[in-house]
Design a protein around this ligand. Sequence first.
Ligand code: GTP
Ligand code: MG
Length: 365
Amino acid sequence: MSLKVGIVGLPNTGKTTLFNSMTGLDQPVSSFPFTTTQPFLGAVSVPDERLDKLVSIYHPKKVVHASIEFVDIPGLGIGASKGEGLGNGFLVSIRESDAIVEVVRCFESEDVPVDGKIDPEADIENLGLELIFADLDVVEKRLPRLETKAKSKSDKDAMVEYDILCRCHEQLLNMKPIRDLHLSKEDEKVIRAYAFLTAKPILYVLNISESEIGKEDSEVVKRIKAKAEAEGSMAITLSAEVEYEISKLDDADKEVFLAEYGLERPGLNAVVQASYSLLGLETIFTCGEKDCHAWTYHKGMKAPQVAGCIHTDFERGFIRMEVVSYEDLIKSGSEQKAKELNLYRLEGKEYIVKDGDIVNIRFNV
Ligand SMILES: Nc1nc2c(ncn2[C@@H]2O[C@H](COP(=O)(O)OP(=O)(O)OP(=O)(O)O)[C@@H](O)[C@H]2O)c(=O)[nH]1
Ligand SMILES: [Mg+2]
């Protein structure tokens, strides 16, 4: 399942620093704005403590994490929609993303220049406006033609699409993102092809100063988090620079470093996990002596489709799915014990798979 998360933000907010820490790549970072001039793609494996526990039960030869792709997108300057900075040519990279991680500068640093003062709320507002302008552009180009078709009343689909697009238009004219309309699943489907930027789920990564790590959130951060939550988005704090340093350490040093900052785990884990959940993804596992494997599927999928995420033959020839929940397996301590306790179930084609299920697929092609 190939899903992409676009990392967006104003220039010099720490996007590439974050991208490098997540992917282990080394894309250029500097204190000059617009360092990144081309979108760059990297795969990130999804940290999952459940998989680590399963490995301690099965001792497999191989461990495979689920993974998602992140794209480091060049900074979007204020006025990008009017051609400022690198212009908005990179909006297409955002359009191609399934979800957005917006990096917001909260850190103070004399080495990294900033226009005026550090103002994360204004930055979020301004970047949001750029995306709104871009969507408005798309809607306003499309509406007149659709209106003619819809008003002729002969084309039912055009009438439905016109109605939804008018609602989007009004929302955008009020300078609000389409995401806040909370469209129904059916309506979303009708306008999916437009790939509206402001309709994409968003995670705000608030890039705070090193000295703020582990402390109570500042008032600004509290306000941003509350607003994100109210609109059904998410916001987390981390220091991209510290995350980058941590990512370069081996496991033992990592523990020490994290403890020094009073952190239980790297902030990156939260970024990846939140992105995963914004994308509506969940995980199942297949486990054995050979390998422990995490697989990604869309929340709400039924057993045969989920089986198809592992192998198309599994969907085509699906018979049954043997399932034990993660909690039940861990509680019993081993597969054999779980079987003795009758904790394994046989599920059929209508079973809606649950996050954390450990599965064995029976199929025949
Ligand atoms: N103090 C501090 N500096 C940071 C942090 N994150 C990034 N920086 C610095 O900020 C500058 C910009 O970082 P980048 O990662 O290149 O930022 P970017 O958002 O990718 O920038 P563009 O590609 O130009 O849009 C660099 O000098 C980084 O070292 C942080 O958490 N704390
Ligand atoms: Mg960059």
